[in-house]
Design a protein. Structure first.
Length: 418
């Protein structure tokens, strides 16, 4: 814990927050090099590994395990379902007992269970190990954003959220290419990447500060406050949570799960090619999200989130008309731009609205929405695929994205940046 009265990257010890080390206001280290933020980056890179590294192997995996293509969707859902079950508990526990006590054991569980997937003898065992890995993954998306909210304030907060979302882009760019390359050795080799969570857990144990405390007289951490109850019944937070869910329904159901099959069946793409195209989406998202601070200073939340959903819809329609396999790079880049705009703005808006003593609770609800989208999206679009074909998957995704753009533009509120 940082001593009271210390200053750092957030600009001071305001509201009882413990701010990480960063020197005085006149001579502080650049935000991107803050040691606590760097550990958060490591956690974020692990948080996206569980899906991004294995989807390029889905065609090889279904053949090796003797299951149907639509069954591949359950490899994502088995991983995301624990987030639905445990994420609200994660928020309460981390607000009550501290981020580190929840985060570090889960990183080790993620690595161990993911490594066990490599040795799975069949589809049933693989689903079991994926479920256990999902338990380890459940708190990661909550705690990385909560730690940024604890450590940073003012203009530093959206900038840090943008950098962190860029790390998501880096991971989801790198992992599909690595996973596709490893899948050419064997369907189970991409799961070895999960072992990276073990050194990240050790790094967090040795170096991560607990960055949160409250002054005397504040509401007990982890217990719902009146400000939390008021916020959850207002217009802003519920709509933002719904937008998070729909973003991941569209991404995981309408894009990530079935793009590999579309590329293989339509263009004869190898797992490595599939991984490279997926990487373009992630690189585009990383570049865009790195400009989150610049964008949020110039445009309202409503404008940015509306534009993001419009980009999703345009990308999915463009995908059906792309000129050849190389032409798929364009819709992949457009979809990535949408994610790069959407995710940091949604997270920053929720973090700004959340009461400090219940920040992880609100962000756990956002993670629950994210997991719900990841879990519902693949089987929902799997049913569309089974009944109407793969082109209907992308068309339905475009329709949902356009509808969300209209909802956000109509109901979020003009000029709402906070």
């Amino acid at each position: 814990m940082i001593p009271p009265g210390s200053t750092g990257t957030g600009g001071g010890d305001k509201g009882g927050l413990a701010i990480p080390r960063g020197g005085t206001a006149g001579a502080r280290r650049p935000l991107f090099f803050d040691p606590n933020l760097n550990i958060v980056f490591g956690v974020t890179l692990i948080s996206v590994l569980g899906v991004a590294s294995v989807t390029p192997a889905f065609p090889e995996m279904t053949r090796a395990l003797g299951v149907n293509q639509e069954d591949a969707a359950w490899l994502i859902s088995a991983f995301t379902i624990p987030g639905l079950l445990f994420t609200p508990l994660v928020g309460l526990l981390s607000d009550r007992f501290g981020r580190r006590r929840v985060l570090i054991p889960c990183l080790f569980l993620f690595g161990a269970a993911g490594g066990a997937c490599f040795f799975a003898p069949g589809f049933g065992a693989l689903m079991t190990f994926r479920f256990l890995q999902g338990i380890g993954s459940a708190p990661l998306n909550v705690l990385n954003a909560a730690l940024i909210g604890d450590f940073f304030e003012g203009d530093d907060r959206p900038a840090a959220m943008g950098y962190n979302t860029s790390m998501i882009g880096v991971g989801t760019a790198l992992y599909p290419a690595l996973g596709g390359l490893l899948a050419m050795v064997g369907w189970n080799y991409p799961f070895l990447l999960s072992l990276l969570a073990l050194p990240v857990g050790a790094w967090a144990y040795l170096g991560l500060e607990e960055g949160k405390r409250f002054p005397a007289g504040s509401p007990p951490a982890g217990r719902p406050s009146s400000s939390l109850r008021a916020g959850l019944t207002g217009k802003g937070i519920p709509l933002l949570l719904f937008a998070t869910m729909m973003a991941f329904v569209i991404q995981f159901g309408g894009f990530i799960t079935f793009l590999p099959f579309f590329l293989e069946s339509g263009y004869g793409a190898t797992p490595l090619t599939i991984g490279v195209i997926s990487a373009v989406m992630s690189i585009s998202g990383a570049i865009t999200s790195s400009r989150a601070g610049w964008l949020s200073a110039r445009f309202s939340r409503r404008s940015l989130v509306t534009a993001a959903f419009a980009l999703y819809g345009f990308a999915l329609l463009f995908l059906l008309r792309a000129p050849g396999c190389c032409g798929m790079l364009i819709p992949a880049a457009l979809f990535g731009m949408g994610q790069g705009v959407n995710i940091p703005n949604l997270l920053t808006a929720l973090t700004d609205r959340a009461p400090e003593e219940n920040r992880a609770v609100v962000l756990s609800l956002n993670s629950l929405s994210l997991r719900l989208g990841q879990t519902l999206g693949p089987p929902l679009f799997g049913a569309i695929f089974a009944s109407r074909g793969i082109e209907a998957v992308f068309t339905a995704g475009a329709v949902l994205a356009t509808a969300m753009a209209v909802v956000i533009f109509t109901f979020l509120g003009e000029g709402e940046k906070k």
